[in-house]
Design a protein around this ligand. Sequence first.
Ligand SMILES: Nc1nc2c(ncn2[C@@H]2O[C@H](COP(=O)(O)OP(=O)(O)OP(=O)(O)O)[C@@H](O)[C@H]2O)c(=O)[nH]1
Ligand SMILES: C[S@@+](CC[C@H](N)C(=O)[O-])C[C@H]1O[C@@H](n2cnc3c(N)ncnc32)[C@H](O)[C@@H]1O
Ligand code: SF4
Ligand code: SF4
Length: 332
Amino acid sequence: MTPVLSDAYGRIATDLRVSLTDRCNLRCTYCMPPEGLDWLPGPELLTDEEVVRLVRVGVTLLGIREVRFTGGEPLLRRGLPGIVAAAAALEPRPRTALTTNGIGLARLAPALAEAGLDRVNVSLDTLDADVFERLTRRRRLDDVLAGLAGAARAGLTPVKVNAVLMRGVNDHEAADLLAYCLEHGYQLRFIEQMPLDAQHGWQRESMVTADEILDRLSAAHTLTPAGGAARGSAPAELFLVDGGPATVGVIGSVTRPFCGACDRVRLTADGQVRNCLFAREESDLRGPLRAGATDAELAERWRAAVATKRPGHGIDDPGFLQPARPMSAIGG
Ligand SMILES: Nc1nc2c(ncn2[C@@H]2O[C@H](COP(=O)(O)OP(=O)(O)OP(=O)(O)O)[C@@H](O)[C@H]2O)c(=O)[nH]1
Ligand SMILES: C[S@@+](CC[C@H](N)C(=O)[O-])C[C@H]1O[C@@H](n2cnc3c(N)ncnc32)[C@H](O)[C@@H]1O
Ligand code: SF4
Ligand code: SF4
């Protein structure tokens, strides 16, 4: 029987999220400071071949069924189409997905679809160019909108949109974002801001909660729960908009945590296994890989790492400490 990545709470990790770089061409205020961060040094990054090898170990020896590429901004990784192609060629073929800010996606979408990418999630917090610049510190709204359209054209569907609402900045735009996504056939999900920014600026009091988001949307639409059974381990709680079939999602990581059903495991761009966005421990696979470990030895280390996964993120624990790595370096 193929071993699986199981933990002490009965959860099995089948969804691998691979960070391909910690770098980014935006500076979203809830993620990074204006000056950026001390990027990982080149030699510490896994090479394309090393990424592909670890993905292969996950898929062929450990029961990984879905591989999502993220970052930082994964479109900045030159080898992305080749890495996607190698992942999609594995047996059993994993589902493949990408989470991106969309810049450059208009150009890259056809090649990524051709390589075997199944679908994309694109982050878009606003439809106002000035608000976009305030949130991301770059004037690139048109590139993101073009990226979304390019993804849909290339068949990278369903195209999902991730939006973080920040109080006093873009929280008045919930209904406009929904109208735009409904019009274009994108699946919108609102995300509660989490304490994962490098500047440690998160404050529970100012976070826009899932309840608030649903209240705002309910002013313009009738929302009905789309049905719990279909949710499985997905972070997004889905609601039918005006009877459906279109839906809107809310990812309430803080006020409506879903850790009990978590099926994720993460691999950082420098080859560390992380069990949780909020994990304070990591397990090194790059060292053993470069020291000549066999696939079976890497798989055993990975399995042992997941066995120690904690039950939840612990944001509500009195002793909660934000992880040392920010979201951009973990792989959001
Ligand atoms: N708490 C928590 N939040 C997560 C996790 N993964 C993703 N998120 C949040 O969900 C948002 C959207 O993540 P995506 O990368 O689009 O992935 P997803 O929602 O799992 O994707 P789908 O499978 O397409 O629904 C992220 O920005 C995070 O804020 C996770 O493991 N735990
Ligand atoms: C870290 S980014 C990486 C991929 C890509 N750069 C992007 O923005 O989609 C992945 C997701 O994390 C979300 N994110 C970043 N910081 C966050 C925070 N502090 N709380 C909640 N979500 C956050 C972003 O909005 C984005 O949807
Ligand atoms: S959320 Fe994504 S696009 Fe924004 S700064 Fe972080 S990594 Fe870059
Ligand atoms: S916070 Fe951690 S345990 Fe909870 S769903 Fe996310 S990755 Fe899984």
